[in-house]
Design a protein around this ligand. Sequence first.
Ligand SMILES: Cc1cc2nc3c(=O)[nH]c(=O)nc-3n(C[C@H](O)[C@H](O)[C@H](O)COP(=O)(O)OP(=O)(O)OC[C@H]3O[C@@H](n4cnc5c(N)ncnc54)[C@H](O)[C@@H]3O)c2cc1C
Length: 248
Amino acid sequence: MSAITIGITPRNRAVNDRIGPKEHLSHLRIPLLVDLPIGQTLYDHIGFPGLILNTNIATEVVTKLLNTKDLTNWYKHTTGPLTSLDGFKALGYININSSNEKKGYRMIHYGNYFTDPEEQDTKTLIAGIRLIIKLIEGSEAFKKYNTHLERKLFLGCEHFEFDSDDYWKCALQFMATTLYHQTSTCKMGPADDSTSVVNHELRVYGIGNLRVADSSIIPVTLSAHTSAPTIMVGEKASDLIKKFWGVL
Ligand SMILES: Cc1cc2nc3c(=O)[nH]c(=O)nc-3n(C[C@H](O)[C@H](O)[C@H](O)COP(=O)(O)OP(=O)(O)OC[C@H]3O[C@@H](n4cnc5c(N)ncnc54)[C@H](O)[C@@H]3O)c2cc1C
């Protein structure tokens, strides 16, 4: 099964295969085959596309970032402009809303963004925003192009002082958005971890011949985009299957 973290993989497990959290399946009157915490661990990344920079030139940033020096720094020393912030702390979950295939059923996605008790996600994003502002206002590279931050206040946040923590908290509530990097709803982990769904060979616990090979098995949130790691999961899965059948 290889059909994505927040969509078909958990939904099929629940409705077609009757594998999922016991309480939730019984609530939907789906007979239970195996009790597993599918959908109960959900990580995501959120971004803040709210910093608008004005410059005196038309510029294209991405191609300038992708140079050998920055790539080498990121790969060898995990430093430089290609380095990303830590993964997010808040934990979400997904459920299905019904077992009735004919009437149609949907995944209900509870992102729970910014709900970690220590407010680490909020603090990390605010630190990131301030770092960007510092770079814009303090570095010659930006000054050369007369770069400045658009300071027009976000609607609904005007009553906060610009650049105060409360101002950015308000702006984040208003504009932070998912990067669609959901992972971990069929999390890989050891048998004695009650949140695990698949083992180290991607086999679903309690089911002999079912493997999951997509972004849903990634055990914890990543400090990176999710596409390349998911391709690695697929490659590993194909090796495991070939090995099992004696062709590797
Ligand atoms: C808008 C958007 C932008 C993104 N941008 C980036 C980015 O810039 N960089 C990055 O690294 N990641 C990005 N991601 C995240 C990345 O695309 C995902 O993490 C990655 O594709 C997950 O891989 P997957 O195999 O789990 O799921 P998918 O890539 O979604 O693959 C699931 C496959 O299962 C198929 N499928 C579903 N149901 C069935 C069924 N019943 N029968 C048969 N086939 C089925 C689907 O058609 C699909 O091909 C983005 C995601 C989105 C949504």
